[in-house]
Ligand binder design. Structure first.
Ligand code: XMP
Length: 511
């Protein structure tokens, strides 16, 4: 951690995004529990500390507070949102519930183009605010660097020029030149130097895995980017100790098993065994409509099949998973309490008595970082560019019961969407493109006859990390092509609609 930036996690949804932005600047950054001591940070030789946002209010007695020595001025400090409140309060200012709260885009007027705003050509930028508290008094000696519509102290600096507080979020894409603000802090204030890269991460992870893993590793692969990268990484770190298993849940994309066999087994020579458990999954899901229950059932059956295989072909000591950071955060497993949005089955659902130690070598990474790692590991571009696919598969793209007919329609429609995206050269422009359906049936006409059939929804989204997403502004021609391809090629569908909700308020998958 020498020369790195430590991010103290106060539970904000974007805490890890701060690390990611700093790493994108070429400086290593990692998330730490909010109460990591100043002594420990000093021992690690960090160049600076960033305190994240969080859902609490600094004036509440039970709110999380860092070690007070952090404010001594020994290490440069940047407080964001909740972290801003901590800095203001620690130096003698006052934070209160705001009379006018700010959520979303706001305009920031820069008063002082030094410090965090060095090199800013413009006086006003747009920034992303999300706070219910504001400073009613700032400490003596603290100067104001910027103001926003509702906050006269939107960015502040202590008199020694080493501690800063910003009420907005420089880490989110909606803040104009947010990267420049972080870069000013990291390089000008902390004096950090560039040196972190994905190839360092690869080398360090390989050596860490090979020195800590001392038994056989079982890894579930699905053909998706994450588990493929995880398995190739482990095969490099602990050659001869890895055994991969591909479990066909019956809920997979069309042609998935054949593709996995081709690139993992034949091209990359990863040891892999195929298990067809589709009957077990489909019958366990019969009559189940609730999506969280579906995830739990799939997680349980998955773990059972796994255990069965592990016992029969073991002994194995480890279970490797391609869990990514957003899975960890959205499943409420971060070091600070962020709220649970969905239980992603590859994180939750494992029975407690599963006697395998979990290895998750990608759990600090976002999708685009995993793709860069995959390039270094020699995975084919087609696999790395593959859209994310949820662990519980088509079960979460089928609203209500998972019936054989809905499953057939869902699988085929997803393939049609994928094919059209490739034909139109759009596949790599969107984050995810898929089709889903529920029990809605609408009236259609076929030839001269009335025909009642299913209505399929097509969803194409743009995103950087799946934490937020926007609907893709597809051309009418392409939408028409998708619509007619689905109604022509997928028996039982008479109507196609296009989803135009962003995340939030919707999530990417329909369930
Ligand atoms: P949501 O729907 O939560 O999706 O906005 C964010 C990203 O995660 C994928 N996703 C899942 N992945 N298990 C997974 O492994 C799940 O249960 C699950 N649910 C959603 C989704 O496809 C998107 O890329």
């Amino acid at each position: 951690m020498g020369g790195a930036i430590a991010v103290l996690d106060f539970g904000g949804q974007y805490s890890h995004l701060i690390c990611r932005r700093v790493r994108a600047l070429g400086v290593y950054s990692a998330l730490f529990p909010y109460d990591t001591s100043a002594e420990e940070l000093k021992r690690m030789g960090v160049a600076g500390v960033i305190m994240s946002g969080g859902p609490a209010s600094v004036y509440e007695p039970s709110s999380p507070h860092p070690d007070k020595d952090i404010f001594s001025g020994n290490v440069p400090l940047l407080g964001i949102c909740y972290g801003y409140g901590l800095i203001v309060q620690a130096h003698g200012g006052e934070m209160q519930r705001a009379t006018r709260r700010e959520y979303g885009k706001s305009s920031l007027r820069i008063l002082d183009r030094t410090g965090l705003f060095t090199g800013f050509p413009q006086e006003t930028i747009s920034c992303w605010m999300s706070h219910g508290d504001s400073a009613t008094k700032i400490p003596a000696g603290m100067s104001v660097l910027a103001v926003s519509d509702n906050s006269p102290y939107a960015a502040v600096e202590t008199s020694d020029g080493k501690q800063f507080g910003v009420q907005f979020h420089p880490e989110v894409a909606h803040t104009e030149r947010g990267d420049a603000i972080l870069s000013n802090f990291v390089f000008n204030v902390c004096g950090a130097t560039r040196g972190w890269s994905m190839s360092n991460f690869l080398d360090e992870t390989v050596s860490e895995l090979s020195s800590t893993i001392n038994g056989r590793v079982l890894c579930a692969v699905s053909g998706g980017v994450d588990s493929s990268v995880a398995s190739v990484l482990l095969n490099r770190a602990v050659p001869g100790k890895l055994q991969c298993v591909f479990i066909d849940t019956g809920l997979l994309r069309e042609g998935e098993a054949a593709e996995v066999s081709k690139f993992l087994k034949e091209d990359l020579r990863v040891p892999i065994e195929f298990i067809d458990a589709s009957e077990t999954f489909i019958s366990a899901l019969r009559g189940i409509a609730d999506p969280e229950q579906k995830r739990k059932i799939i997680g349980r059956v998955f773990a059972d099949v796994f255990e069965h295989y592990a016992r029969g072909s073991g002994p194995f000591e480890y279970l490797a998973q391609g869990t990514l950071y957003p899975d960890v955060i959205e499943s409420g497993r971060s070091s600070a309490p962020a709220s649970v949005i969905k239980t992603h089955h590859n994180v939750g659902g494992l029975p407690k008595d599963l006697s395998l130690k979990v290895v998750e070598p990608l759990k600090a990474l976002y999708k685009d970082e995993v793709r860069s790692l995959g390039v270094l590991l020699g995975l084919p571009a087609k696999v790395l560019q593959r859209h994310p696919f949820p662990g519980p598969g088509l079960a979460v793209r089928i609203i209500g019961d998972v019936t054989p007919e809905k499953l057939r329609i869902c699988r085929r429609s997803n393939k049609v969407v994928e094919d059209v995206l490739f034909e139109e050269g759009v596949y790599n422009k969107v984050w995810q493109g898929f089709a889903y359906l529920g029990d809605d049936r609408v009236t259609g006409v076929l030839g001269d006859e009335r025909k009642v059939g299913y209505q399929v929804t097509v969803k194409l989204v743009e995103s950087i990390d799946a934490m937020t997403a926007d609907w893709y502004r597809a051309s009418p021609q392409m939408l028409e092509k998708v619509s007619s391809a689905i109604t022509n090629e997928v028996d039982g569908v008479v109507s196609v609609v296009y989803a135009i909700s962003s995340k939030p308020p919707a999530t990417i998958e329909p369930q």
